[in-house]
Design a binder for this molecule. Sequence first.
Ligand SMILES: O=P(O)(O)OC[C@H]1O[C@H](O[C@H]2O[C@H](CO)[C@@H](O)[C@H](O)[C@H]2O)[C@H](O)[C@@H](O)[C@@H]1O
Length: 392
Amino acid sequence: MMNHAAFAAEDAVTAVAAPAQPGRHFVSLPPRRARDCRKASLSRMDLATSAVLMAGSLLDSMKASSPRHAMSPAGADHEEWIVSFFHMHPWLLLAFFPTLPPSLQPIIEESLPESQEKHPSALEWFEGVLAAAEGKQIVMFLDYDGTLSPIVEDPDRAVMTEEMRDAVRGVAQHFPTAIVSGRCRDKVFNFVKLEELYYAGSHGMDIKGPTKVSNHKAKADEVLCQPATEFLPVIQEVYETLTAKMESIPGAMVENNKFCLSVHFRCVEEAEWDALGREVKAVLEDYPKLCLTKGRKVLEIRPFIKWNKGNALKFLLKSLGYAGRGDVFPIYIGDDRTDEDAFKVLRNMGQGIGILVTKFPKDTSASYSLREPAEVKEFMRKLVKSNGIKKG
Ligand SMILES: O=P(O)(O)OC[C@H]1O[C@H](O[C@H]2O[C@H](CO)[C@@H](O)[C@H](O)[C@H]2O)[C@H](O)[C@@H](O)[C@@H]1O
């Protein structure tokens, strides 16, 4: 069995990911058994995704995302992580699972434990994804950084390619599509530049419908949800304080994402990380209503409210009129810990799939994986193509 700890580090300037259970989201499999719970508890910290960072864990957590030791080559280990025993035709087994007599289901499940720890490629298992979505309304949710654009050193240069834009445009012509990002909504819109999409910025705390009327149910230019407006002054205040403090740390950068802040340390010498973390924590001591979470070489400061990308996903499904409907198939693609909240929502709903973008094995609640933004683009193209074929 793979040692997840060995792969906790990540983040060369280019990709991200996590582990899930293929098929879990397609059918109603029995709840996890004792062995799974034990594994889950062992990896609680990793699975906590955007959970608040605990005191004392900050430097460790920052280091955990550092490629201090050589990454495992995206070869054998990744293969082991993505491939499962029934990888050839998993959808057949999963499709029939609910129809099996209850007495047989535990026996079948017993034969699956290994596969449940795998994260098959959504491209290689594309037919399985299609089979699971058959007859259902697909709704597409896309993270931005590391999913639609590669990770780069300068956050202001994380542009997406024209080809990627075309792929997103294509998907949006067929399915309601939302961008769900930690970025400020205006900023992510300026990168994506597609008016027909929903945008959930600031980790879902700023949701707006399409500015161009599409064939979906959106009301043009309507602000749909801003659950943290009361925090705007305090976020601005902390932004100014932190910007001043970070001036003494070469390479540190504070990004104002409107309802949250990002303190970037990708370009900071590792010897300075502890000082950076301490400064950030010290500032936050005066703001008990704000909390600290972690992304890819970034500390995120957000309002202490129960709202994350998972809530944004649920909110958007409801706004589209899909809440509680069994004929909806949400697909969420993301690469970051903050995306785990959305993967968990899908897992709990037992509907749709979460796809983690990563080149390395990771703990995740997503059920599928893709290696990099180029594969995300390819997946979207295939989805559009198959939808066209089905209709035409
Ligand atoms: O939810 P996302 O759309 O994935 O946004 C998460 C954060 O992404 C950005 O930072 C990350 O990407 C940068 C550009 O590639 C990279 O330099 C940085 O190290 C990454 O953490 C963005 O700048 C943050 O504000 C977002 O919170």
